[in-house]
Design a binder for this molecule. Structure first.
Ligand code: SAH
Length: 276
């Protein structure tokens, strides 16, 4: 079915765009079910591809706004999606769009559902989560190894900036493992369905920015202890003392490595330093 459709439009999947199209109804159904959709939802999809997931989403959601960077898919997509009046296709690179423009129908609840292009998974996740949009739920199909990093607890080899950022913004869980056989063409690795439920939290833009900087810096110098990686940020401001003080007040050992700090501890550090 997928290959016939591609043939009909004389298209081949573009590897460099991460085009691995879903071919399995069962997997499709699991992804859609995880999003718990009804007509009050606006779903943002990244990567319409040949419209397989888009179609299933449109059957349940109030509105689907799907972003696709590959314009050569347009004739195919328009045909596949003609039956649905509640689908808008936006041709462009998601990383160059402000996600806010995708959710103009503000009376609907914004959610994200996507089989992500694997070569830019992390930038897309950061882009969506740092957009300031009050997403109700996000469901992604990503590489299994990335999903495991997203949900990893501290003190683990795979715990990193992605784990901290995801878990700071959301409650994250893996709800299913998906083998390469459900895609055309088949990727080399297993995939996983991940569901993110954003946490309710007060937001202070200055703390958020500092948090992001602290997290990225701590893991950029993974083998250094926290104090030695973070002093780089504050040395310009003559603020090494403040970092020392923050560690002391918060009861964090400056000799420990960033990979042992929980998302809550990173945030506490950021909010202390933002205030002082
Ligand atoms: N949802 C479809 C396709 C998934 S493949 C399915 O499940 O079958 C990932 C899709 O993301 C591809 O169609 C690819 O062209 C698209 N894509 C890749 N980079 C993108 C970007 N920067 N912005 C938007 N879409 C992108």
């Amino acid at each position: 079915m997928v290959s016939q459709l591609l043939d009909k439009y004389q298209l081949t999947a573009k590897k460099q765009l991460g085009q691995n199209f879903l071919t399995d109804a069962n997997t499709l159904q699991k992804i859609v079910a995880a999003a718990e959709l009804d007509s009050s939802d606006l779903v943002v999809e990244i990567g319409a591809g040949i419209g397989t997931l888009t179609n299933s989403l449109a059957e349940r959601a109030g509105l689907v706004v799907t972003v696709e960077t590959d314009r050569s898919l347009a004739p195919l997509l328009e045909e596949v999606l003609t039956g649905h009046a509640n689908v808008r296709i936006i041709y462009g690179d998601i990383l160059k769009l402000d996600p806010l423009i995708l959710i103009e129908e503000t009376h609907l609840k914004p959610k994200v559902v996507a089989n992500l292009p694997y070569y830019i998974t992390t930038p897309i996740l950061f882009h969506l989560l740092e957009s300031g949009i009050d997403w109700r739920l996000l469901v992604f199909l990503v590489q299994k190894e990335v999903a495991q990093r997203m949900v990893s607890p501290p003190g683990n080899k795979i715990y990193g900036a992605l784990s901290v950022m995801i878990q700071h913004y959301c409650h994250a869980e893996i709800i299913g493992i998906v083998p390469p056989t459900v895609f055309l063409p088949r990727p080399k690795v297993d995939s996983a369905i991940v569901r993110l439920i954003p946490r309710k939290r007060e937001t202070n833009p200055q703390t958020e920015r500092l948090f992001s900087l602290l997290v990225r810096t701590s893991f950029a110098y993974r083998r250094k202890n926290l104090f030695n990686s973070l002093r780089r940020i504050f040395s310009d401001l003559g603020g090494e003392k403040r970092v020392e003080e923050a560690f002391q007040v918060l009861g964090i050992n400056p000799k420990q490595r960033g990979e042992t700090l929980s998302p809550e501890e990173f945030y506490a550090l950021a909010s202390y330093l933002a205030k002082n």
